[in-house]
Design a protein around this ligand. Sequence first.
Ligand code: GDP
Length: 197
Amino acid sequence: MLIKSATFVVSNTKISALPAPDMPEYAFIGRSNVGKSSLINMLVNQKGLAKTSQKPGKTQLINHFLINGSWYIVDLPGYGYAKVSKSSREKWEKFIRNYLTKRESLQCVFVLVDSRLEPQQIDLDFCCWLGECGIAFVIVYTKADKQSINKSKQNMAAFNKALKRWFEEVPASFLTSSESGLGKDDILTFVEEVNSN
Ligand code: GDP
């Protein structure tokens, strides 16, 4: 799929104020600093569309970006800040849970995982929660350019192995680099296929 246009539509703190659910949407989420903003910018060929890392404690926003006038990329607030208080974490959980479980136009969640790391419990827990809720998701491994492909593959295999404890079939995954553009065509082709179904 060629990206002809990508525009910021709206930032929301309230589920009730989201755009009408009349176009397919794909949500991006992961630990803070995983490379989510960079990945979104790489996918749409724009350096500054998604803003890099929101600081912990700042208002948590759901950002909608309209792509080719026909589908949305949704940038969700990250999880796993070391210094977040219990009450902010609970607020985040409620907000995200509401969005992910109730959004009727949500097609798939892209869960971003750092390809340099061995499986992290927080990412596994999040995937399991999505599975329990019956929410469709795929894994996007980020920052592949920072190490050898073999090392990324080892970490991906370990993550899949850990997921197999909960899932009969592990979800699809993409190895990406926002620096080199690795994985871009595969992700956009995936979106195109889901959109056409
Ligand atoms: P976010 O907090 O998940 O939105 O993460 P950012 O997109 O702000 O990225 C966090 C840091 O990782 C920034 O310094 C980025 O430049 C860097 N980064 C993100 N993706 C990549 C990548 O694919 N390759 C490399 N080398 N650095 C990356």
